[in-house]
Design a binder for this molecule. Structure first.
Ligand SMILES: [Zn+2]
Length: 321
């Protein structure tokens, strides 16, 4: 099996685990002779064994683009000869090129996010990841700005793990099996008791459809979880697929796609794409792991607007429909 085939197999495995990857979120890569094979934008890791998912990119050109601060130059680094389907490389391509390791695994791990949205995230992580070579990077807009922030944070230290505030986890290594084991080790260390979310059905509502995953309706029932969910957005893919925060039927504003109706359930617009169900499930899984009373940091309205106005993300949204 080639390195790329082995990566595809692992990618499909984590892509099917909603506690690590949801919808088109998360991305993986392998470097071979100066070429970075990175997940294509808008596609689901879960499909890694069913279709061509990886795009070849010239690593040296991406590294130059990081220094130049040019997102266009990152896109232009795609090796078109090896990309017959004309896929676009992941918006997080530059971060995959930056890390020198052969394999880079980026997930939206709910165990990681449940800590990375806390005001005391860095302290929590220092205790739990002690002995591992890790770095913390506060929330930064995905793409080149985030890559450059990571570059500043790792400096010249050898770093295998990056926790990105209000976003997710990156684990890197030169051997796929060892890297996959390190992902498991981080998941174990960041594990926390989760509140039980009771699965049930939700009654129909005009113009809306219940979220597909039955445990998400618990968000509408639990006053504490509902108030956290309606108070803000906590990570980028929530904003991209569900709009800002969550709403109740009384408070819902245009662009808010997740409605929590107390004693009824969690609802999406009738025409919401499947990705919206996966991100609603992600929110339930993350909030279930947040300890009662923990102080959370939500994205600012400016950060939300930046995510919603971004062309690359519009492209991802259109692909997921
Ligand atoms: Zn991400």
């Amino acid at each position: 099996m080639s390195d790329l085939q082995a990566l595809a197999r692992y990618s499909a495995q984590i892509g099917r685990d909603p506690e690590q990857v949801q919808a088109a979120g998360g991305n993986t890569s392998v470097k071979e002779n100066g070429t970075l094979w990175v997940k294509a934008s808008g596609l689901w890791l879960a499909d890694a064994l069913n279709r061509d998912l990886f795009v070849p990119v010239d690593v040296a050109k991406v590294l130059d683009a990081i220094d130049a601060g040019s997102e266009d130059d990152v896109k232009a680094a795609t090796i078109q000869d090896g990309n017959p389907a004309g896929l676009r490389p992941s918006i997080e391509t530059s971060l995959h090129a930056l890390l020198p390791h052969r394999y880079v695994i980026h997930t939206h791990s709910v165990r990681t996010i449940a800590i990375a949205i806390r005001a005391d995230a860095e302290t929590q992580l220092a205790r739990r990841l002690k002995g591992l070579s890790w770095a913390w990077v506060p929330y930064t807009f995905p793409g080149l700005p985030l890559t450059r922030a990571i570059k500043g944070a790792i400096d010249s230290r050898p770093i295998d793990i990056v926790v990105m505030g209000n976003h997710g986890l990156v684990v890197a290594g030169d051997d796929l099996e060892a890297t996959a084991e390190l992902v498991c080790e981080v998941e174990r260390r960041l594990d926390a008791p989760a509140r039980a979310l009771e699965a049930r059905q939700a009654p129909p509502r005009p113009g809306l459809r219940p979220v597909k995953h039955a445990i998400v309706h618990a968000l509408a029932d639990d006053a504490d979880l509902r108030s956290i969910a309606t108070a803000g957005s906590y990570y980028p893919d929530h904003v991209i697929f569900l709009g800002p925060a969550a709403a109740t039927p009384e408070t819902r504003k245009p662009g808010q796609n997740l409605t929590l109706e107390p004693a009824a359930g969690a609802y999406l617009p009738e025409d919401a794409p499947p990705a919206a169900d996966e991100l609603a499930l992600c929110l339930a899984l993350v909030l279930a792991r947040v300890p009662e009373g923990a102080e959370l940091v939500s994205l600012t309205p400016e950060q939300e607007a930046a995510l919603l106005g971004w062309d690359a993300e519009k492209y991802r949204q259109s692909l997921s429909r």
